[in-house]
Design a protein around this ligand. Structure first.
Ligand SMILES: [Fe+2]
Length: 218
């Protein structure tokens, strides 16, 4: 399969379903009836990227937890500690960023309980275009290529855009009240391709968690 050429322009020209915002307060626009994706591009912090890029794959955290907002920071700190990553200014910056995203998502979804997936990915992951069975999902890739968005026309994948590193994508899923069925969702997404030898990706995905359980989930 030939590699897709992706349009990285902001936003997708003439498409009201993709909203680019300059301030996180506007992530709430995901609840607009026409919105399917709100993207918040952010400056890439060079020092943090360099630190992330230098981490061995075995040191990348890989954890799924359901926790209340107040327990997110401790859970992420524990995930790094479990991989033997010593406390440092860069680790603190990354944990603080994940906590910020958790706070923003909690506000968007008006929920205290969150499902946090901080995943080290060294394979194709979810390569098939799909729409998630969630209300909304927040995605941010800290290392490696970002999530791809596009349309499926017939059986052909038409790529529209790829989220950039550190860019926040807030995606509307099939359980959102404004999205009644799959046919109404014209925008699908998939994981970027992964070739043997590529550095492992690091992705954070945040969903609402309705079950008040602090147990790990799968
Ligand atoms: Fe997905």
């Amino acid at each position: 399969m030939s590699r897709l050429t992706l349009d990285r322009s902001l936003p997708v020209a003439g498409d009201p379903s993709v909203v680019a915002v300059a301030h996180p307060d506007h992530l709430l626009r995901i609840h607009d009836p026409d919105a399917l994706l709100v993207r918040w591009p952010r400056p890439v912090p060079g020092a943090l990227c360099a630190w992330l890029d230098a981490l061995p794959a075995a040191s990348l955290p890989d954890v799924r937890v359901k926790v209340p907002l107040g327990a997110v920071e401790a859970a992420v700190e524990a995930a790094f500690a479990a991989r033997g990553v010593a406390a440092s200014p860069e680790r603190h910056m990354l944990v603080a960023d994940i906590l910020l995203l958790a706070m923003l998502f909690s506000h968007v979804e008006r929920t205290e309980w969150l499902a946090i997936r901080l995943e080290a990915i060294d394979h194709d992951a979810c390569r098939r275009p799909h729409v998630d069975h969630v209300s909304t999902r927040l995605l941010c890739t800290y290392r490696g290529s970002g999530t791809e968005f596009g349309r499926v026309a017939g059986r052909v994948w038409q790529a529209d855009l790829e989220l950039a590193r550190f860019e926040v994508g807030l995606v509307k899923g099939l359980l959102h009240p404004s999205l009644r069925d799959a046919a109404a969702c014209r925008l699908a997404h998939r994981s970027p391709g992964f070739t043997a030898g590529d550095p492992s990706r690091l992705l954070v995905a945040i969903d609402r968690a309705d079950a008040p359980s602090a147990a790990a989930y799968h």
